[in-house]
Design a protein around this ligand. Structure first.
Ligand code: ADP
Length: 704
């Protein structure tokens, strides 16, 4: 075949046309592919952009909150979104080491786990994940992936939340809607976990700081002492409530005020103290009275380093006004206690000489052959000895610390006994005593001797008062008893009465209006404290004329023993004391021996004197005595066992015949004597006391 030109041209054209079509087709195909890729890339870009925005949104939300609970809720929500999961949860570690982990937030298919504890030894994924470094994905559609306790899911991804090297929790996403988690989903979960860990750790630190601050502020305000932080110019930067209360102003108003002026008005000493503290020197506390506040303050200061530029000072302000008053009181009461001991020692030593002076003058006064002149002198000696005796008794009561008796006592009986002691004296001084004693008076609980002393003091004051009456005015002293819900006793007199200015001080110790040497000022204060120690009250009354003092004492409870069983009623002093009694005297003081021998010997009694307790034993074993008078010191002479106790052990029949002569005995001895039930007479005794006590012992012996 011959190839013609048109053929060549035609063929060439045909080939060209076919080649162009192919190229075109290829071009079109390529163009089409590029468009799909572009669209995919655009979609990818959009997705990434949306993720980025979502992450930005989350990070904004997390940075907004400092509450770990709220942070956990947000994170869970975003985890579900990013992983396209059906549920998510966050478990957080406890705030302190050892505190149990707990699920802080849970949503979707695991929402029921919210608040669930996660023990660290739990076999579930949550606990295991907290011990791992990395993301962990588990997919077990058949058996299920255990999360915590009995809860399980088919698929779960867990990642520990780690910040500043500490695991603060675990984030878990479960059940992806696509069946499995995509790598993108996992990447996003890791990013969310990183953000969440930092936000939660910060929230924790913030909470820790907030709590610490709160605790510190509560402590600061709870302190009783005032605390202030001062700047370099001495102005208040901070202060606690106690300081505000002390300075009497609201806390905010104090800030910026200069402390020295606020506390003391102005004092160089406090300024010096603050300056020394500012230089870092340690100065002793300043104790000074604040004229502006009217209180005594103790101020200490110490420097605190705030920043390199600022030097602050912390100041402690204590109100020591009450403490100082207490300290003064303590020193005073220690002084009083020491004085009490001294007084009691001296008074004790005076007992025996006074007993002899009083007893022997009385003895001499009873001698018929005495001249009037001598009798007058002797009466003065006797009166003065009696007075001294009363003072000694009051001093001993004042200094006494031991417990007193608490038995049922009838105040009528106390009145009768006391009158028995002073009747003759009152008669001699032309003083009439009126008795208005309620025969149905109920008993009180108390110490007969103490109550007797109250009455003796009141009668002494009353008799001294009426003695000053002009001749036309009667000299009358009245004792009245009555009862309502309490038991009352009143001693009134027809004397000049107590002026108002005196009345308010009469119960104060050592207050007296009497001439020096005539009053100690102890009588009424002792009465007051005795009545008070009996649970009662003592009061001065304001009758239209004269003076009156009243005691109100509580009635003895109805189940208390009747006074007759605890305390025999006071027998009237026997008119004639039977003579020729055998008396054993155990007293080491020769003056007392002479007195007792003289008093009883003259009445025909035989007095045998024991030189020692051993000698007394010997004598008591040899023959029977009607009365054994034992000095309290001798009674207590044998250490732990009282001599009287030993004597009763060996010769029980002697018990009812013992009469102990006591001044102020130690509480233990007092207690033991009471337990033994022996009679006793208070020293310094006089002839009447001794006679009436001896008569009582003999009367009791005759009755038994
Ligand atoms: P003293 O009798 O040693 O002075 P008191 O404590 O017994 O001490 O009495 C204190 C003061 O009370 C007496 O100094 C006296 O001024 C006043 N006073 C007490 N009793 C009476 C009374 N019956 N009449 C007037 N004044 C009395």
């Amino acid at each position: 075949m011959r190839v013609t030109e048109p053929f060549i041209i035609g063929t060439t054209l045909a080939l060209l046309t076919a080649g162009t079509g192919w190229a075109l087709w290829r071009l079109v195909t390529r163009l089409r592919r590029t468009e799909a890729e572009r669209q995919r890339a655009t979609a990818e870009l959009n997705r990434r952009l949306s993720e980025l925005f979502s992450l930005q949104e989350l990070s904004y939300l997390l940075s907004e909150s400092l509450d770990s609970g709220r942070i956990a809720e947000q994170v869970v929500r975003y985890a579900i979104r990013f992983c396209d999961a059906r549920g998510a949860l966050i478990a957080l570690a406890g705030a302190t080491a050892g505190e149990t982990w707990r699920i802080a937030a849970a949503e979707g298919v695991v929402s029921q786990l919210s608040g669930h504890p996660v023990p660290q030894d739990d076999a579930g994924l949550i606990a295991r994940s907290s011990r791992r470094e990395q993301l962990q994905v588990e997919h077990q559609p058949g058996s299920g992936v255990a999360l915590v306790g009995g809860a399980s899911v088919d698929t779960a991804a867990a990642i520990p939340l780690r910040a500043h090297g500490i695991v603060v929790g675990t984030l878990v996403a479960v059940e992806p809607t696509a069946g499995t988690f995509t790598p993108d989903g996992m990447r996003l979960l890791s990013t969310v976990a990183t953000h969440a860990a930092v936000a939660i750790a910060n929230a924790r630190f913030f909470e820790l700081v907030r709590r610490g601050k709160e605790q510190w502020e509560t402590t600061f305000d709870a302190l009783r002492e005032g605390i202030a932080v001062l700047d370099e110019s001495g102005c208040l930067v901070r202060a606690n409530r106690s300081l505000a209360t002390l300075l009497g102003g609201p806390l905010p108003r104090l800030i910026g005020a200069p402390l020295v002026e606020a506390l003391f008005g102005a004092t160089q000493r406090l300024s010096d103290l603050l300056a020394a503290a500012g230089r870092g020197e340690h100065s002793p506390a300043l104790v000074a009275r604040s004229p502006t506040l009217g209180r005594t303050l103790r101020v200490t200061a110490a420097p605190i380093l705030s920043t390199a530029q600022q030097r602050h000072t912390v100041v402690l302000v204590e109100d020591v006004t009450d403490q100082q008053a207490l300290e003064r009181q303590l020193i005073q009461s220690e002084k009083l206690a020491a004085m009490g001991q001294l007084v009691s020692g001296v008074a004790h030593e005076l007992n025996n000489p006074l007993t002899s002076i009083s007893g022997l003058t009385e003895f001499l006064l009873e001698q018929r052959e005495l001249g009037t002149h001598d009798r007058g002198h002797l009466r003065v000696i006797h009166e003065q000895a009696e007075r001294a005796g009363r003072i000694v008794r009051n001093l001993l009561t004042f200094a006494r610390t031991g417990p007193a008796d608490r038995v049922p006592v009838n105040l009528n009986d106390v009145a009768q006994r006391t009158l028995l002691l002073v009747n003759r004296d009152l008669q001699v001084r032309n003083i009439v005593v009126e008795r208005h004693l309620d025969p149905a008076l109920p008993p009180v609980i108390g110490d007969r001797h103490e109550l007797q002393q109250v009455l003796l003091n009141l009668l002494t004051n009353a008799s001294q008062a009426v003695e000053r009456n002009p001749p036309e005015r009667p000299r009358t002293v009245a004792i009245t008893t009555w009862a309502d819900e309490s038991v009352h006793l009143r001693v009134s007199d027809s004397g000049p009465g107590v002026p108002d200015a005196v009345a308010e001080h009469v119960f104060t110790p050592f207050f007296t209006t009497k001439e020096p040497g005539h009053g100690t000022g102890l009588g009424l204060s002792i009465c007051y404290s005795i009545v008070e120690s009996h649970g009662g009250r003592m009061a001065i009354e304001r009758p239209p004329s004269g003076a009156a003092f009243r005691l109100d004492l509580p009635r003895a409870p109805t189940d208390a023993l009747p006074p007759s069983a605890a305390e025999p009623a006071a027998p009237a002093a026997p008119a004639v004391i039977p003579s020729h009694r055998a008396i054993l005297l155990v007293d080491t003081d020769p003056a007392v021996r002479i007195t007792v021998e003289a008093l009883f010997g003259r009445e025909g009694h035989a007095v045998t004197v024991a030189r020692s307790t051993a000698h007394a034993f010997e004598l008591a074993r040899e023959r029977a005595f009607d009365l054994v008078i034992v000095d309290a010191r001798a009674a207590a002479a044998d250490g732990a066992r009282l001599f009287v106790e030993e004597l009763i052990d060996h010769l029980p029949e002697v018990r009812s015949r013992i009469l102990v002569a006591s001044g102020d005995v130690r509480p233990a001895t007092d207690e033991a004597l009471r337990r033994l039930g022996v009679a006793y007479v208070r020293k310094p005794f006089n002839l009447r006391d001794l006679r009436s006590e001896a008569a009582r012992v003999w009367a009791a012996g005759a009755a038994s």
